[in-house]
Design a protein around this ligand. Structure first.
Ligand code: DGY
Length: 303
């Protein structure tokens, strides 16, 4: 904030809630730059309401909340926050993998609710990670960071990417397979892809039906990549062992039935939520805004 104040007039919406679309439209009428989060939708109408706008700096790496084509058509530059949140997001993915495999949340509740009667050989059994197969969809920065962490857990890594391009950096221990094989063989399946029309409901009913009944689905990418209704049904019918979710189709709403499933761990979109990461994301937004307004090369331009 201080950095921006030094250079520009700054308008900040109420911090205790997300502003409505109408409030944003009214607020950005004369703005040249906007820093927004994934909660704010920048479509054609919103852009039309801000004729002086030169840059939208998205406080996230995913920018599915912005109509990039409409922005391009108006000459508005769009930036995001890559790299700085890779480790935090990979870590939360592993937090979910461990939580579902070892029933961490259920165990906490048992103790907290004073229901624990003492150690027992068959109490709250989970599953091993070592020797299991981790399936990753998308090997961008976050997918790669998730894959690297798997070595510490002695897991096999399979992956599928939409582009089929060679990995940078490659790792001979990781095996590229077809989408169908990935679904069939993974014990833990985790998508790390952006939300686009092509990836919307990539994990639909037909895809989930190919997974093993002992498998867990993890999602720390974007909610609509998974058909949430199909997932709830698969879990209710025990066609999947469980799920660890950080993101949802209609945040902050959840599909009916999801909350009631004990084999599911539900986080409130915490992927990048560490103090260090959020500070770096904020600084990156400021750097991008300053670069555009001062006519310098823009470090994290996506459009
Ligand atoms: C992102 O950056 O896309 C995250 O989902 C928000 O932290």
């Amino acid at each position: 904030m201080t950095v921006i104040h030094e250079h520009f007039d700054l308008t900040v919406p109420p911090l205790d809630r997300s502003p409505t679309q109408a409030e944003i439209q009214a607020g950005i009428r004369e703005s040249q730059a906007v820093i927004c989060t994934l909660n704010e939708r920048f479509d054609g109408d919103m852009l039309a309401a801000a004729p002086s706008l030169r840059v939208i700096a998205n406080y996230a790496v995913g920018y599915n909340n912005i109509d990039v084509d409409a922005a391009k058509a108006r000459g508005v530059i769009v930036t995001n926050t890559p790299d700085v949140l890779t480790n935090a997001t990979a870590d939360i993915t592993w937090a979910l993998i461990l939580a579902v495999a070892r029933r961490v949340v259920e165990g906490d509740q048992l103790v907290r609710q004073n229901q624990w009667t003492g150690w027992s050989p068959t109490q709250m059994l989970g599953v091993d990670l070592s020797g299991k197969t981790l399936g990753i969809i998308g090997m961008g920065r976050i997918g790669l960071a998730v894959a690297r962490r798997a070595a510490g857990f002695e897991m096999t890594v399979l992956y599928w990417t939409r582009s089929g391009r060679p990995l940078q950096p490659a790792n001979p221990a990781w095996q590229r397979v077809s989408f169908e094989e990935l679904l069939r063989r993974s014990d833990f399946l985790s998508p790390h892809i952006p939300l686009t029309p092509d990836t919307h409901h990539l994990l639909n009913d037909a895809a989930l039906r190919l997974m093993k009944p002992t498998a867990f689905l993890i999602n720390a990418a974007r909610g609509p990549v998974v058909d949430e209704a199909a997932l709830v049904q698969a879990l209710q019918e025990h066609r999947l062992a469980g799920a660890g979710l950080d993101v949802y189709e209609k945040e902050p709403e959840l599909h009916p039935g999801l909350r009631e499933l004990s084999q599911v761990v539900l986080l409130p979109h915490l992927g990048s939520a560490t103090i260090e990461t959020r500070i770096r994301m904020g600084m990156m937004c400021v750097e991008n805004v300053l670069a555009v307004l001062e006519g310098k090369p823009v470090p994290n331009r996506v459009a």
